[in-house]
Design a protein around this ligand. Sequence first.
Ligand SMILES: Cc1ncc(COP(=O)(O)O)c(C=O)c1O
Length: 353
Amino acid sequence: MTRIEDLDTPAVVVLLDRLEDNITRVQGMISSHGLLNRPHIKTHKIPAIGKLQMKAGAIGLTCQKLGEAEVFIDAGVCDDLFLTYNIIGKRKTDRLMELAARIKRLAVVADNETVLRGLSEAGQRHGRDVQLLIECDTGFGRNGVQSPEAALELARLAVKLPRIAFEGLMVFPNTAPNTFEFFTRAREIFGKAGIPLPVLSGGGTPALNKLGDYPMMTEHRAGTYVYNDVMMVQSGVATWDNCAMHVRATVVSCPTANRAVIDSGSKVLTSDHYYVEHYGRLVEYPGAFIANLSEEHAVLDFSQCKTRPKVGEVVSVIPNHCCSVSNMNDEVHGVRNGVVEVVWPVAARGKVR
Ligand SMILES: Cc1ncc(COP(=O)(O)O)c(C=O)c1O
């Protein structure tokens, strides 16, 4: 039996009671709004956790990359996947079609004519329809058609092209400023054009508290909720007690009265900031903060803390952005009541193609 304190550091641990609670609670939130739940696997990248999400009631899963989809299909996690990324070029569209042949439904997005035509050609090459949603940018400023009218124009092409099965629209995140107006207008003009929109797919963990604000959606894709992190606590959608991922790290130096250094730097915690200050929260010393990161060092500031750790002490860090931590670490340790119950390889780690 391995106890949590026996783990060599740095070690990523997942508190299993919290993980299970997050999966059940969020499934309940999404179902209570009459929405289908399609969790995004980018946060955990672990087939066994995908299976827990499916068992709790998810309709299917979301992947960002073909390589992730390959891992999850190989592991037999589910037969309904949504790949929310423009797939470009023969090499990739062939892989897409090979994967599509292995499960019941593999839907994909397009936000431009080049991608759409490439998917149609791949469908014709492989003699199989491509389930397609159009990605919409409702103010996030990433991929996506820029207006409901542009979505309709692309959809008119989609319904004409061979081997494209047009299913609807998707957006990330729901909380982008114009989602409600964009989707309301889209439904109106698609209705007039006689093009049905059976699937309207929204996403994001911060939107979980606001699902009722987007009544037109049919499904929701949240990812980060499974572990939660500093960003999610700061967005008000999770508490510290909902944070299932902790990075265990050893204090390797206390060079001044107010400074300590731990053995988890940017290679474990990542240097992701997004909209939060500092580099993670110390569970045992909530008044301290991680002021700086280099690759193998995190520099902690204890100037606002009454107590300080000693060299050799192990502390737990709640990372700013748990999804990137998954991508940086080979395995996570599932812990319950202080005992390591399971070690999961992060099987889809680094699958960026
Ligand atoms: C397309 C898409 N859908 C869903 C999600 C999940 O969002 P979150 O991690 O906020 O739960 C992401 C996250 O990056 C995403 O890019």
